[in-house]
Design a protein around this ligand. Sequence first.
Ligand SMILES: Nc1nc2c(ncn2[C@@H]2O[C@H](COP(=O)(O)OP(=O)(O)OP(=O)(O)O)[C@@H](O)[C@H]2O)c(=O)[nH]1
Ligand SMILES: [Mg+2]
Length: 413
Amino acid sequence: MDQAILVGLSYIETTEETINSLNELEHLALALNIQTKDKVVQNAKAISPRFYIGSGKVLEIKKMIEVLDVDIVIFDDTLSPAQIKNLEKELDVQVIDRSFLILSIFAERAQSREAVLEVSLAQKMYLLPRLVGMGNSLSRQGGGSFNAKGPGETKLELDRRRLSHEITIIKAELEKIRAEKDISRKQRIKNQLPVVALVGYTNAGKSSLMNSLSSYLHHDSEPVLEKDMLFATLDTKAKRLQKPNYPPFILIDTVGFVNKLPHELVRSFETTLSDVISADLLLHVVDGAYFNQLQIDTTKAVLKSLNADSIERLLVLTKKEIALTTPNIHEDFIFVSNRTKENIDVLVDAIYGHLYKKNRIQVLLIPFDQGQVYNRLKENNTVLETKYENDGTLVKVILTPDQTILYQKYIVK
Ligand SMILES: Nc1nc2c(ncn2[C@@H]2O[C@H](COP(=O)(O)OP(=O)(O)OP(=O)(O)O)[C@@H](O)[C@H]2O)c(=O)[nH]1
Ligand SMILES: [Mg+2]
């Protein structure tokens, strides 16, 4: 196990916020088998362009490194290439920042071709402006903690041009995957099933909630992975769920967010997150037992950066059975337990309530030679009444706004 010192600067943040953020950084480090030996907080009125922290603090850390026998120093904020270079020279150990750490965790967790490519793209975009500074870190990639997938093969002599070239190739390959994905999305649009996406902080209980909803709605598919681990889910999983006698909807589970998520990651995960952007309803999942308002704010900020902040959102708190109190939040929420399944039924009703809100009862006349249209309605919608007329089947049915457009030509005024 590598040993690390964590460093945070209280500049815009309060000291308490910096300490909380360092505690989270400790968990992130642990996800890569790096043990935290000590944490250093500096309260500063300015950021030093040379070392990020003050030079006195640098000397203090240098002493700590010797005493504690530490191999890595991790900074909680993004460092400039020059700062990394200066710090490594001064401290003579590997110096990394939070973004690099998160990227490395993603690299280790990525499984599907798409996720591997997305992470690799993010890592290369992160490295591109840092080729000068990261010499030390890169050259250690043969051993150390960061020989995971991703730019592991990246050598010190790697130049900008090669990196840019690789970025172009990865983008093209992702484009191909995106095109294939588009086909399955078009398929979904053809059926016009509403999409509900799970979003929220990592480890909040999104995948567990997907499993709870699936089993409550008697969906007998493989459960998705739920684990007490940061970034357990990196790939999107979709399931078609349906309450008996109600129309189906698509539920999507996807990657979680974290405070100070590298923007390179958000950008390269656009393909994966495109499902979130096109959802009809977001279930914003929040850990209700270890409640932290910052986690709600972080998720909202990421959604905003994805232009998904205008999508309807339902706040869902998890882990009710182990929560000591009910968190004080200034918006409505449903408090569920994925263990005891308490309030999962309430959540399902709320989901349908939201999806139905814009739905309207329509009367359609479907010619007899277009039986497949009627069958599709029977399968995907609530059909209230069916009558056989001379010129076709008269159907009274509940349609979503999208379906109303799709079936426009059959609608009887
Ligand atoms: N006690 C309790 N534990 C829960 C509940 N919901 C989830 N958990 C636990 O919380 C941990 C994280 O759950 P996940 O469902 O994997 O969380 P996630 O939001 O999908 O996390 P990422 O995929 O990493 O973003 C797991 O250990 C779950 O067993 C709950 O209602 N009660
Ligand atoms: Mg998950």
